[in-house]
Write a protein that binds this ligand. Structure first.
Ligand SMILES: [Zn+2]
Ligand SMILES: [Zn+2]
Length: 273
């Protein structure tokens, strides 16, 4: 199982970091979790084209996690043979979002249908709205859904992927909670959005201060990993953006609460389990 951080940025535009997106490759499945800004550029850099995706997993419907889902849908459509499904799993209202994306693409779909004689079908997006406790299979992978605490954003979910004796939890955004601990229990790896609360508190902006309410700090993510017996902690979605030369500082804050391997870095940082 290989985990690749496609986008390690946040809603704040960053020339070096794409928006939140993580790729999980197993022997029998390729799963994309979230579709932030620039996801297809990074996906291609990782050697995966949209038509190769077994499924897209959406942790929640904050715009930074879905802003390029439209690009995934359109490009998957125009690069795939007729009948190819794009499977999307996400929380309630994911279907509503996909319907709205497709509606926004109506002119584009018409242009392409009119222009290409060999193209006679529209995007085949199959949405499954999931709830905590759901378990489903994608290729050879088993995916388990767990609740996260990203309130006031609700509902939000995390996904645990198990395949061939390896497992990873994609925690998405949120603060520590019992259901996330349970989902993570005994997993090999845990990928978590993190903020540096010490740095965020220095920013004199009320809207920035609000993000402290509903994101794990680096230390909290490390504590979750320790409670759950995780082997590899993967940090992503850095707020504020992790600058060159700051990696050791971020890593040491996690290492103070977690004794396992810690993975963080630029976009396309990858770890093989
Ligand atoms: Zn969020
Ligand atoms: Zn986010």
């Amino acid at each position: 199982m290989k985990i690749t951080l496609l986008g390690t940025g946040s809603p704040l535009p960053d020339p070096r970091r794409a928006g939140p997106a993580t790729l999980v490759r197993t022997d029998g499945a390729i799963l994309l979790a979230d579709c932030g800004r620039g996801v297809l550029m990074r996906l291609t850099a990782a050697g995966v084209l949209p038509g190769m995706l077994s499924a897209v997993l959406i942790t929640h419907l904050h715009s930074d996690h879905i802003t390029d889902l439209n690009d995934v849908i359109t490009t998957h459509w125009i690069m795939s043979p007729e009948g190819t499904q794009l499977r999307v799993f996400g929380p309630p209202r994911t279907q509503e979002v996909v319907n709205a994306i497709l509606a926004s693409l109506a002119p584009d779909l018409q242009y392409r249908l009119d222009h290409h004689a060999d193209l006679s079908w529209t995007p085949n997006v199959v949405v499954t709205e999931v709830a905590p406790g759901d378990v489903f299979t994608v290729g050879s992978a088993t995916v388990t859904v767990g609740a996260t605490d990203h309130r006031p954003v609700e509902p939000t979910v995390a996904f645990r992927i198990d395949d061939a004796g390896k497992s990873v939890v994609l925690g998405g955004d949120g603060v520590p909670c019992a259901s996330l601990d349970q989902l993570c229990l005994g997993a090999d790896a845990y990928v978590q959005t993190v903020i540096r609360d010490d740095l965020v508190r220095l920013i004199p902006n009320a809207r920035i201060q609000d993000i402290l309410d509903y994101h794990s700090s680096v230390e909290q993510a490390a504590e979750t990993a320790t409670r759950a017996g995780i082997r590899t902690l993967v940090l992503t979605h850095y707020v504020p953006s992790m600058q060159p030369g700051q990696e050791d500082d971020w890593r040491s804050r996690a290492a103070a609460h977690f004794a396992g391997d810690i993975v963080l870095g630029d976009d396309l940082t990858a770890v093989e389990l």
